[in-house]
Design a protein around this ligand. Structure first.
Ligand SMILES: NC(=O)c1ccc[n+]([C@@H]2O[C@H](COP(=O)([O-])OP(=O)(O)OC[C@H]3O[C@@H](n4cnc5c(N)ncnc54)[C@H](OP(=O)(O)O)[C@@H]3O)[C@@H](O)[C@H]2O)c1
Length: 426
């Protein structure tokens, strides 16, 4: 028998218990022995639970699980940074393997945790931490092991993809769609980690550290959220043949790693453009396999529990057969993450200018002076003294674009710079 301790019985924890109860016999066959939930840690012991559970196995004392010699495997599903991080370290110190869905802890402390796991000869698995039910971590480690991973593009946050999809399809404003998403429970009451892009940054940090076999400091990843995207940008993107997605990008370049999260124009023709609503997708390129895309539900109770239970089965089998997977330490290469101002992109720029002769010439001169070459300039016809202009550049280093914007702001006839969005060529 394999005894497990679960930390947390919230959304994902309850899903894990449901699957373990429902598929008990199949799990037994796959692990090689029966799986028994020995203890579950919660905050409030008296809270009513959505799954039927023997009250005797519920505890609010972490040490009853972490220091329990009967328990071989800890499933961490309390979330957040602390105490989750310390609990994971304690479990490993005590010789227990760990399964977690905690992107924050893995992105921030993954190398510390994996190093300790290797020393203690235990396993740590975290498939549920990125893209919920979509298999991506194990495929990166195993199925693509023969490849040099060159590029990873991800739509890794369901909430922002839901909002952008709704804005696009229903031509509604950001604030209105966000409010609706919160009312329906698709977005959290405090949606800042989703909207700001930081949730996706943790996930791309995890994927790129595996794909590029290095340690990625999440603080070095450039992050920009979707709250500045206006309906007008979405409409213009559509006219130009693009959709706007919050894209997580990780690419190998000659002068470092290009890892970033920001809203991006992507071609309507690309498969990622078809990923709508709360769905997630990962599109990667390996030197042998070529392009591969995975698509599915990137969050939610049962999709995430599916990934967590799969990890439990895999790790459990290793423990039961006394053949733990060897933890590969990911810092074989030490690559630098490029500063965003050194990254090259095409850019979309929307601004408001006085409708006067010679204004366009002044604007194009600023770009020319800063080595920014323009691919298209569209002046929207309006019978008003101030008119919108939309520019799309050729590929250019971001620092030249930013310098151009600073100089444009000095021109009297430039009334407002509405938005600057990177156009990503996939
Ligand atoms: N929800 C998703 O769709 C999803 C998707 C992918 C990954 N994840 C990850 O999965 C993890 C769990 O998320 P969740 O949505 O299931 O969270 P949740 O619903 O908030 O549940 C958290 C559980 O942990 C318990 N808990 C929290 N802090 C604790 C502490 N200090 N000591 C003891 N117990 C504590 C809570 O106890 P009480 O019940 O007594 O309050 C609750 O049962 C997080 O790392 C999250 O990022 C979630």
């Amino acid at each position: 028998m394999l005894k497990i301790g679960i930390l947390g019985l919230g959304t994902v924890g309850s899903g894990v218990v449901t699957i373990i109860n429902k598929h008990n016999q199949a799990i037994k066959r796959k692990v090689g022995t029966e799986l028994k939930i020995e203890k579950i840690l919660v905050n409030e012991k008296k809270k009513k639970r959505e799954v039927e559970i023997d009250p005797d196995i519920i505890t609010d004392r972490a040490e009853e699980i972490l220091d329990n010699p009967e328990i071989d495997l800890i499933v961490e599903l309390i979330g957040g940074e602390e105490p989750a991080h310390q609990y994971i370290l304690k479990a490993i110190e005590n010789g227990k393997s760990v399964v977690t869905a905690n992107k924050l802890v893995i992105a921030k402390y993954g190398s510390e945790i994996l190093k300790l796991a290797r020393e203690k000869e235990v396993q740590v698995s975290y498939e549920g931490s990125v893209a919920g039910g979509i298999p991506v971590i194990r495929p990166l480690k195993e199925s693509f092991a023969a490849n040099r991973i060159e590029e990873i593009y991800g739509i890794l946050n369901g909430t922002t993809n839901y909002i952008l999809s709704k804005m696009t399809r229903e031509e509604r404003d950001f604030a209105e769609v966000l409010q609706e998403a919160q009312d329906l429970g698709y977005a959290e009451r405090d949606p800042s980690s989703d909207i700001s892009g930081s949730d996706a940054a943790y996930k791309i940090a995890i994927l790129s550290s595996i794909g590029f076999e290095t340690t990625i400091d999440v603080n070095q990843i450039f992050v920009e959220g979707i709250d500045t995207i206006e309906l007008e940008d979405i409409r213009i993107a559509d006219e130009l043949g693009y959709v706007i997605k919050l894209l997580a990008i990780a690419k190998r370049c000659e002068d470092g790693l290009d890892i970033r999260v920001h809203p991006a124009f992507i071609s309507k023709e690309h498969p990622l453009a078809l990923v709508n609503d709360a769905y997630n997708a990962i599109y990667l390129h390996g030197d042998a396999v070529g392009d591969v895309m995975s698509y599915g539900q990137g969050a939610g109770q049962m999709p995430t529990a599916s990934a967590v239970v799969a990890d439990i089965i895999q790790v459990g089998r290793g423990i039961y057969h006394n053949k733990p997977e060897i933890t590969i330490i990911d810092s074989t290469n030490d690559h630098k993450v490029k500063q965003i101002n050194q990254v090259e992109n095409l850019f979309y720029l929307r601004l408001q200018v006085n409708d006067k002769p010679g204004v366009l010439a002044k604007i194009t001169k600023v770009f020319g002076d800063n080595q920014v070459s323009l691919a298209s300039v569209i002046q929207k016809h309006k019978l008003t003294p101030v008119v919108p202009i939309v520019l799309v550049t050729h590929r250019v280093k971001e620092e030249y674009m930013i310098r151009s914007l600073e100089q444009l702001k000095q021109l009297n006839d430039v009334i407002a710079i509405n938005n600057l969005i990177r156009v990503v060529e996939l």
